[in-house]
Design a protein around this ligand. Structure first.
Ligand code: GLU
Length: 452
């Protein structure tokens, strides 16, 4: 059987680094097993889902290096869900309930006050035809609950019913079906909650592994029961820890700053984002991984830890910097020319240690072409002496060394006192790339002008 995984976002916002983590873990798992990866849009909520968000998610995945083998939309599959719902109803496994949200809430509170677990007591199974007619006459429409298989003959006498699975990340997991309420699969307005469409699709698309955040662990128990009620064997499950923001709060699709779209716009390297999203919250050190192929080789779901992991922007910048410092000129030459940056391999070699992002090279290229010299009063005379000693062009990689040796000899200045005023005059900055490399790029004419 082909190993098949899916990433199933609701297109109701931009995906953030935490969602990217889920997508990447699924994709890497598929890659590692020569399997396939499905992008499934859970867009049954027609009001909140948009085509723009769905396109945005596809674009963000592409940016990360993920190309789905197949794309599916739940909004196109309602007839399959209706068919499954009818099948469950015909087996008596999906039953109508007429309580309002207020009634359910009051009942829950009463139970809690008496120290009882707030589990739904299956009132819906007890209605007489008269009661149902009365509810309908009041204009109530039913919501539908799935009857969990947690009893022998009498649904009002539940018994401990342990569901086990060997989680591909967390190891053996157990959930007691008697400790939860029968899940609502269809709302009062006839719309589907996530569970049934998801199970129907996972069966039909041959999903072999469901890997998702550990906020879904309890759902898994009920979901396994739904798979079985529909005559299918449940797939393998894996639940990974969640990412939180630096202050420990959960990430939300509304958190624009950590959205993949924003990170792309801010010129982070996709592989920096991938490296952090995959390796954070694992027992292996977070390090910059250069390619998806290397990440696939490196990836091991069993290294994912159980506690939540904190996303730290500084860590992302650090990874980005380390990747960029490793790029050869060939790696970036197309991107540099897209940014209108010249100077070839020499310029790249000179600026590379001074930048965090490839786009930062623009700032240095601007300085090569047009810098506002800074000359402190106490250095004015020194700069004039240095100017007088400036060799004629053309400049090459030796020019800086020869020139500054001569300036040193004539003026007696050395170290910082020698180099800093020249750097500030030539670039307007106190720090920056090797001047030996930058000087030939600035060229004789501009150098002379900046020393005036
Ligand atoms: N749409 C669901 C979510 O985003 C998918 C969960 C799953 O992967 O089963 O939570």
């Amino acid at each position: 059987m082909t190993v098949t995984l899916r990433f199933a976002p609701s297109p109701t916002g931009n995906i953030h680094i935490g969602n990217a983590r889920t997508a990447l873990i699924n994709w890497l798992y598929a890659q590692k097993n020569n399997g396939q990866f499905i992008l499934r849009f859970d867009d049954t909520d027609a009001e909140r889902s948009t085509v723009e968000f769905a396109e945005g998610i596809e674009r963000d995945l592409r940016w990360l290096g993920i190309k789905p083998d197949r794309i599916e939309r739940q909004s196109a599959r309602f007839s399959a869900y209706d068919e499954a719902a009818e099948l469950l109803k015909s087996k008596g496994l999906l039953y109508a309930c007429y309580e309002t949200a207020d009634e359910l809430d009051r009942r829950r509170k009463r139970k809690l006050a008496r120290g009882l677990p707030p589990i739904y007591d299956r009132e819906g199974l007890k209605y007489t035809p008269e009661q149902i007619a009365a509810f309908e006459a009041e204009g109530r429409t039913p919501h539908w609950r799935f009857l969990l298989p947690n009893f022998e003959d009498d649904p009002f006498k539940t018994k401990r019913t342990k569901v086990h699975w060997e989680d591909v990340i967390r190891g053996r997991q157990t959930v007691d079906l008697a400790s939860m309420s029968d899940p609502v699969l269809i709302r009062g307005d006839g719309t589907y909650l996530y569970t049934l469409p998801s199970v129907v699709d996972d069966i039909e698309f041959g999903v072999s592994h469901i890997i998702r955040g550990d906020d879904h662990v309890t759902n898994t128990g009920a979901q396994i029961a739904v798979f079985e009620a529909l005559g299918a064997k449940a797939p393998e499950f894996g639940h990974h820890n969640l990412l939180t923001s630096a202050d420990g709060s959960g990430l939300s699709k509304r958190l624009g700053s950590l959205s993949i779209a924003q990170l792309a716009k801010d010129s982070y390297e996709p592989m920096a984002v991938v490296s952090l999203a995959v390796l954070i919250g694992t027992s292996v050190a977070v390090k910059p991984v250069k390619s998806m192929a290397e990440m696939t080789a490196h990836f091991d779901p069993q290294t994912i830890t159980k506690s939540p992991a904190k996303f730290d922007m500084a860590e992302l910048s650090g990874l980005n910097k380390r990747l960029v410092h490793d790029y050869s000129f060939e790696d970036v030459s197309d991107r540099l020319s897209d940014l209108d940056i010249g100077g070839g391999a020499e310029f790249w070699a000179a600026v590379r240690p001074n930048i965090e992002k490839v786009s930062d090279a623009s700032g240095w290229w601007e300085i090569v072409n047009d810098a506002k010299p800074v000359v402190d009063d106490e250095d004015a005379e020194f700069i004039q002496q240095a100017k007088a000693l400036l060799p004629d062009g053309p400049y090459d990689s030796e020019t800086w060394g020869k020139w500054t040796a001569e300036v040193k000899e004539k003026t007696g200045r050395k170290g910082r006192g020698l180099f800093m005023p020249l750097r500030k005059a030539l670039t307007g900055q106190e720090h920056g790339p090797e001047l030996a490399t930058i000087l030939p790029l600035i060229g004789p004419e501009k150098t002379l002008a900046r020393l005036s």
